[in-house]
Design a protein around this ligand. Structure first.
Ligand code: GUN
Length: 297
């Protein structure tokens, strides 16, 4: 049997279109566009690509995009001053400081400076705390995108065994919190986990977010399980000098055992920006004191 392919690219396109409609309705009601500010420090090529792509998608969704590009040798105090200005700017609903930051900066300190109600990345400790205790806040985009794909595929997740591989603050931990809130029995596995294949074999849902190319193998997977692959790893291709993208899951093998699986590329990746726009729209409604029903988005 071959697993159903979970088409994150199509799901993300639909979500972006819905966000676009609601962003135009927001503009009619609020008399201004929802606004997202993205701050990039330095010239990391991958970060430049992401930031350009976020700016373009923001405009396509009918929102205002504010880009702040600072040189790599910017003093931390000057970055904090930019964040403070954006916190106070009523045209800015969401603030994203692109990570990683240059080594001379303290990322936690910079994230802590972002107003929690503009923290559309969901990285601030206040938002991590809100997620942990079940209060409304902002949830990191990648795990929220994974949850949307899972609910779209499976409906209720209640009572299912979920194994999250990876314990980062950005993906693994919030993913586990989201699955727990859906009444899954959640295990967080990581590099020190004993007998990882045995742990993963119990799972109805596997979320792999470790950054190790094709680590999760077919014989780790319970037949019929749903597999979400968050990994984006560049590895050498068969052709000399070329590279290709692979996930954390051995797709060729695992798709023979799983019930459903996200491909790389075209699975989780496209969801991240779509959810960022969704979070910005939610921020705009909250900041403007306007209602946005939970099922609208
Ligand atoms: N760098 C890579 N992904 C992300 C993200 O989702 N948010 C931020 N702020 N930086 C990133």
């Amino acid at each position: 049997m071959t697993a159903a392919v979970i088409d994150g690219k199509a799901f993300a396109a639909t979500l972006r279109a819905r966000v676009g409609d609601l962003a135009r309705a927001f503009e009619d009601k609020a008399g201004r566009k929802a606004g997202l500010a993205v701050v990039l420090v330095g010239e990391d090529p991958a970060s430049q690509v992401y930031v350009r792509s976020k700016g373009k998608s923001t405009l396509e969704a009918g929102m205002a995009s504010f880009e702040h590009k600072l040189p790599a040798d910017t003093a931390e105090a000057d970055l904090l001053a930019v964040v403070e200005k954006l916190n106070a700017d009523p045209a800015v609903d969401g603030i994203l400081v692109q990570l990683p930051l240059p080594r001379h900066m303290d990322e936690q300190k910079v994230i802590a400076a972002i107003a929690p109600d503009k923290d559309v990345d969901g990285f601030h400790v206040i938002n991590a705390g809100r997620l942990a205790v079940g209060q409304p806040g902002f949830v990191p985009c990648t795990p929220l995108g994974c949850l949307m794909l899972l609910k779209d595929k499976l409906g209720s997740l209640s009572g299912l065994d979920a194994v999250v591989i990876g314990r980062s603050n950005i993906v693994g931990k919030p993913m586990a919190q989201l699955l727990l809130a859906e009444s899954c029995t959640v295990t967080i596995a990581h590099s020190r986990t004993k007998d990882l294949p045995e742990v993963v074999r119990r799972a109805d849902i596997v979320v792999a977010a470790v950054g190790r190319p094709e680590m999760v193998k077919a014989d780790w997977i319970k037949p019929g399980a749903t597999v979400i692959d968050v990994g984006i790893n560049r590895v050498p291709a068969a052709e000399e000098g070329k590279t290709r993208l692979v996930g954390d899951v051995d797709y060729a093998g695992v798709s023979q055992v799983a019930g459903a699986i996200t491909p790389v590329p075209g699975g989780v990746g496209p969801m991240t920006i779509a959810v960022l726009l969704r979070n910005t729209l939610v921020a705009a409604h909250r900041n403007a004191g306007l209602e946005l029903s939970a099922d609208a988005i």
